[in-house]
Design a binder for this molecule. Structure first.
Ligand SMILES: [Zn+2]
Length: 249
């Protein structure tokens, strides 16, 4: 999107006028993708599709693949997938669990626009120290909005919008994730109670609502880099995340 287009849209919004046609068309296209994640469609037939040996820098895991079918309107079924890294005994007592949403920019490119990779590494370290636990990796880029939309949101953020405002500007809710699949995967692995690594109270509530007991919340605190201090502040102020390092900003 060009800079002048964004300014035009913002001016229109301030005047309360309708969006330009091109913008409304674009929003509609993006909304179609969002339907996958809006939580109104039932998730069915969650199944394990693979289970393999997986040595890593953090220790020895097994890597498991899971798929579930999201039932859409007019039998428009879509497949959602998740990966589980599993270490040690996870069934005789509530294991440490981290639910990580895919962040290509952070996980692969070590982006400093967000704290995703640091949180991922923190979780793998904690599981490794404990000798048991589960890392659930969901393919939901950019809180469910998709990779291209996330890059567009970055562009909007470069113009001065924060992460929540940028998602809303693109026609999405602030957070499009649902936690049905992770809950179903945990149940399939025989895990009914967890010690969840998260700063997000909504994840605790969502898992509890899906029938997984959260017996303890373990903080996912990372030292903020200057480049994502504002991102952490917005997550705390607008999305209810708990983060002790933001107060010092
Ligand atoms: Zn990220």
């Amino acid at each position: 999107m060009q800079k002048h287009e964004i300014i035009e849209i913002n001016k229109d919004r301030n005047r309360g006028a309708a969006y330009p046609l091109a913008e409304s068309q674009r929003a509609r296209i993006l909304m179609q993708d969002q339907d996958i994640y809006n939580g109104t469609m039932p998730l069915e037939n969650v199944r394990k599709v693979a289970d393999a040996d997986f040595p890593t820098r953090w220790g020895h895991f097994r890597i498991l693949g899971f798929e579930g079918t999201v039932m859409g309107p007019e039998a428009d079924a879509k497949t959602e997938s998740a990966v589980a890294l599993v270490m040690g005994d996870i069934v005789s007592q509530p294991p440490i669990v981290r639910i990580h949403s895919q962040c290509l920019t952070g996980d692969v490119f070590h982006s400093l626009r967000c704290d995703c990779r640091q949180q991922l590494e923190l979780a793998l370290e904690k599981i490794s120290e404990e000798g048991s636990g589960v890392l659930l990796y969901e393919q939901q880029e950019g809180r469910g909005i998709g990779l291209m939309a996330k890059l567009k949101a970055y562009e909007l953020q470069d113009q001065g919008l924060d992460t929540v405002e940028a998602n809303i500007e693109l026609g999405f809710k602030a957070d499009c994730r649902e936690f049905e699949l992770p809950a179903a995967v945990l149940k399939l692995m025989g895990v009914g109670a967890v010690r969840l690594i998260t700063n997000n109270p909504e994840k605790v509530a969502a898992l509890e609502a899906a029938g997984i007991s959260v017996v303890e919340r373990l903080p996912a605190d990372v030292e903020p880099e200057e480049s994502f201090r504002d991102y952490l502040r917005v997550k705390r102020e607008k999305m209810g995340h708990l983060s002790p390092f933001v107060d010092s900003v």
